[in-house]
Ligand binder design. Structure first.
Ligand SMILES: NC(=O)c1ccc[n+]([C@@H]2O[C@H](COP(=O)([O-])OP(=O)(O)OC[C@H]3O[C@@H](n4cnc5c(N)ncnc54)[C@H](OP(=O)(O)O)[C@@H]3O)[C@@H](O)[C@H]2O)c1
Length: 264
């Protein structure tokens, strides 16, 4: 695959590293206006670092755009006449609709919108993807790219905002749960570093149990709750204090806020 990352900033470079570390590109072009900070990527023999977006587009098939929203439209105008049917346009730009992209480069272009989260920097992003009608033919290709950096799911574009709450804001929600568990562990006598280690690896293990077994969370809970035991005592106290309810309300509040922001 000949891949170009247009806008090699935080997200663009995380994607680049994920692809390069899994040998996912035959060639890769990395573009930004000020290239000094990314020159080191040329140590990978197949990487070209350039500020010339047109060159990157001409010499690549998969174009991953990772610029700030305010820059995207101008760059699309800059390269639109170079696009051919070999190109797949993958946008990571939050809130920039497929319709808006089509209005510049046309409905026939293969267009895919992606919504990764910050865990992409460690190869563990939950990435949601949607496409225009033409792009549906290339969605499996996009999934294969993002599966190298975690896990991906195709969703309708109308669910992109909801997915932003669950997956992008979700990173912050899970961090708070890990921090709270850490604070509990400190109160039980562990020092801060040990407490965080216990909390984060237990969280990792819980997610892995579900991912690998395909079980429902309650099945795994049943396995660790002895009748009249300490786990159910703790769990029920958390629920009396509103654990599930506060998480659901927080998610809904976050969704209402993102919906207002997008309308405004
Ligand atoms: N960070 C995340 O986890 C995340 C998650 C989901 C979605 N997103 C989306 O991803 C996009 C990028 O976010 P980010 O945090 O990676 O931003 P960032 O670090 O600011 O990166 C954007 C890059 O674009 C480059 N750029 C600006 N104008 C350009 C041009 N004309 N041609 C080529 N490159 C250009 C900038 O470098 P120069 O100034 O040197 O050109 C900069 O390195 C945003 O639209 C955001 O909504 C980010």
């Amino acid at each position: 695959m000949k891949i170009a990352i247009i806008g090699a900033g935080n997200l663009g470079l995380s994607i680049a590293k994920g692809i390069l570390h899994s040998n996912g590109a035959t060639t890769m072009h990395l573009t930004k206006r000020h290239i000094d900070s990314i020159k080191e990527f040329e140590k990978y023999g197949n990487v070209t670092v350039t500020s010339d977006n047109s060159k990157a587009v001409r010499e690549s098939d998969i174009l991953i755009f990772a610029v700030q929203p305010g820059h995207f439209e101008a760059i699309l105008h800059e390269v639109k006449d170079l696009l051919t049917e070999k190109h797949v346009v993958i946008s990571t730009i939050t809130g920039f609709s497929i319709q808006k992209i089509e209005s510049v480069i046309g409905k026939d272009a293969y267009i895919i919108r992606s919504m990764p989260n910050t865990a992409i920097s460690v190869g563990k992003s939950m990435t949601c993807l949607c496409s225009n009608t033409a792009g549906a033919k290339r969605i499996d290709l996009a999934k294969a790219i993002f599966n190298r950096m975690g896990h991906s799911m195709e969703i309708p574009e109308s669910q992109m905002q909801a997915a932003t709450v669950i997956c992008a804001s979700g990173i912050a929600f899970w961090m708070r749960l890990i921090r709270a568990t850490t604070q509990g562990a400190i109160q039980l006598g562990f020092d801060a570093r040990e407490a965080q280690e216990l909390a984060m690896h237990t969280c990792n293990g819980a997610a892995a149990l579900l991912i690998e077994s395909g079980n429902h969370p309650e099945e795994e809970i049943d396995r660790v709750t002895t009748p009249m035991g300490c786990t159910i005592e703790g769990l029920n106290e958390m629920e009396h204090q509103g654990l599930s309810s506060s998480l659901i309300r927080g998610i809904v509040a976050s969704f209402e806020k993102i919906s207002q922001i997008r309308k405004g």
